[in-house]
Write a protein that binds this ligand. Structure first.
Ligand code: ADP
Ligand code: MG
Length: 584
């Protein structure tokens, strides 16, 4: 169970290990992979024929009859190279398409997986770190395909061809390519192992840096307000240094690249061997040229693989981090087999205990009941657990012990989609997307017409202020809704609730500083939206508390009194105290 919601299944993908994951993606693009391999082979073959042709021409010229023949050879070389540029184009184009498709698919999978994770998962995952994975780590997998695999396959053909061609010149000449190939495999294998560890650290340090950046920008008001820019800069610097250090380590490993030494040894060894065979009368001068031309092909794999293999190491490290998210188990499941149906609106808590992961207990033995259609106010000091309590109703979190029942059915037995789609929570901090006002109101109801949106806004007392913007409903809200005041944001959220028409509405109205004209409007909007559904209001406003059907008084995670306003005034000292505070 690794997701709360599975928006989309990926039956062709194997998530069990980075290697299998990559491979399952490669397999999904067989055409492009095939063209890439064919193109690579064609390219290498056309490179390899040039010294063979040249060798033939030299032999014929030496024999004294070759000048005309050399002309034909030159033409043939031109022909093969034109063909070569054609296959080269095929290879590069298809490997780019191949890589981009894989990047798209992986990013898609990661996004679907992220949206499916429970709140408990997201609570503990820094946003910037996730962003680094979705953007950069996925990109690394793309680079692993192209230029990574593209060059490895392309240059691999340059390793293969001398193995095939050299023995046709003379069987003994197979020796040098054979030794080179074996040594090359060992060297590359060790190289990639050494790189892999460092590549992991590079990816991780990059993620940490991103997390810090995102968090600082998110809290920029606080940073400026407390004038801690210098401190933040120095903290950030040290993370940037870490990233640099790991990149330098990677560069260091790349710099100590043994394959170049190997190339030198191979060139020298091959040359000696072919001269020896010539001396023994086994081969002709032209054969030496043809053979050395084959050995020279190794230059391409040796020089490109410094780069291409490190792309693979980074890509694997990236894939590992992507899978790290996708495969994280979360503690909620969507319960597709669970109960679904229209909610009537009865909510019951039975002896509920709750704590956030690894934290102290927040709710203690909470029990109460709300009849369908009632409006209930929750009153209590900041930090007493009011918001937390409401999050148990739609299973944003699950209880530690005790039960939360909706319509007499434990919320764990509800199909999550059915349960959540009928419960709306207007959060204390209202989050608006950087989209138009109309889109924000219609969030979750993308089918709503302009008339419906306007009607909802009117009922939420938002229509007038929306029209005061020059672009009206098409006004794009700034990042995190900063262009709207708290009261305006709240009314947008209430308009959203009118439109989505949930059976249960939870309104976390703990925001205090709102002028009294606005307060009246919000008051009206809340009255109207509470009509005909179960409504839970978290509020400090006496005007709202007073007309609630029931009031829950909560202190340090325990319900210390419940009843109507009049009941509580009569029977609860604590309530009277709060009431007194409200009065002045
Ligand atoms: P209220 O809404 O009454 O102000 P909350 O329900 O927000 O109170 O918080 C109750 C307690 O739970 C507080 O001590 C708070 O620090 C803690 N808390 C709230 N949200 C989280 C969270 N996501 N992770 C861990 N602890 C939390
Ligand atoms: Mg709260």
């Amino acid at each position: 169970m690794s997701a709360e919601f599975v928006a989309k299944e990926f039956p062709n993908t194997n998530f069990s290990s980075p290697r299998k994951y990559i491979w399952s993606h490669i397999r999904c693009q067989p055409l492009f992979a095939f063209v890439m391999i064919i193109g690579s082979f064609g390219n290498a073959a056309m490179a390899s024929v040039v010294p063979i042709f040249a060798g033939r021409a030299i032999d014929r010229v030496q024999d004294g009859d070759g000048v005309a023949f050399a002309g034909y050879i030159a033409l043939a070389i031109v022909g093969t190279q034109i063909f070569r540029s054609g296959v080269q184009y095929m290879r590069n184009a298809s490997s780019e398409i191949f890589a981009q498709r894989i990047e798209r698919d992986i990013r898609d999978e990661l996004y679907v997986s992220l949206l499916g994770k429970s709140m408990t998962f997201h609570d503990f995952q820094p946003v910037g770190e996730i962003m680094a994975r979705v953007t950069n780590d996925v990109r690394e997998v793309n680079f692993m395909m192209n230029p990574g695999f593209n060059l490895i396959i392309g240059s691999g053909m340059f390793v293969l061809l001398p193995l095939l061609v050299a023995p046709t010149i003379h069987p003994a000449l197979a020796l040098t390519p054979l030794l080179f190939t074996l040594a090359y495999i060992v060297v590359q294998y060790r190289y990639i192992l050494a790189l892999h560890v460092v590549a992991q650290e590079v990816r991780k340090s990059f993620g940490d840096m991103n997390a810090r950046l995102a968090e600082t920008l998110e809290g920029i008001e606080v940073v400026k307000g407390s004038a801690t820019e210098d401190y933040e800069v120095s903290q950030f610097n040290s993370l940037v240094d870490t990233v640099r250090n790991w990149f330098v380590r990677q560069g260091d490993i790349e710099a100590r690249y043994l394959a170049i030494l190997l190339l030198g040894l191979t060139l020298a060894g091959g040359f000696l061997h072919s001269i020896y065979l010539y001396d023994a009368g086994e081969i002709a001068i032209g054969d030496i040229v043809a053979f050395m031309g084959q050995i020279a092909l190794y230059g391409f794999p040796v020089f490109t693989s410094i780069f291409s293999f490190s792309r693979v190491a980074s890509g694997l490290a990236g894939a590992e981090r992507i899978l790290g998210i996708i495969n994280t188990e979360t503690d909620l499941d969507q319960n597709t087999m669970g109960h679904s149906g229209t909610i009537m609106g009865n909510i019951r808590f039975e002896n509920v205990d709750f704590s956030y992961v690894d934290r102290q207990q927040v709710l203690f033995n909470v029990s109460f009941e709300i009849e369908g259609g009632q409006t209930v106010a929750i009153v209590g000091q900041t930090g007493s657990g009011k918001t937390t309590l409401t999050k148990l109703i739609n299973r944003t979190y699950d209880t530690d012990s005790g039960k939360v029942l909706v319509d007499g059915i434990n919320v764990r037995d509800w199909q999550l989609q059915s349960l959540r789609s009928q419960i709306s929570i207007i959060e204390q901090e209202i989050f608006l997307f950087s989209r138009t006002i109309a889109e924000n109101i219609a969030f979750g109801r993308s089918d709503a017409s302009q008339e419906e949106i306007e009607l909802a806004a009117r009922r939420a007392q938002a229509h007038n202020f929306i029209l005061s913007f020059s672009e009206g409903y098409d006004t794009v809200i700034g990042q995190r809704g900063v262009t709207l005041s708290g009261g305006q944001r709240q009314r947008i959220a209430i308009a959203r609730a009118f439109l989505s028409d949930p059976e249960i509405l939870i309104l976390d109205d703990s925001t205090s500083a709102i002028d009294s004209a606005t307060e009246d409007q919000i008051q009206k909007a809340i009255w109207e939206v509470a009509e005909g559904r179960t409504t839970i209001l978290i509020t400090h406003r006496l005007s709202q508390v007073r007309w609630a059907d029931k009031i829950l008084l909560i202190k340090k995670g325990r319900i210390i009194a419940q009843g109507t306003h009049d009941d509580l005034l009569k029977h609860s000292d604590a309530y009277r105290k709060i009431f007194a505070r409200f009065e002045d």
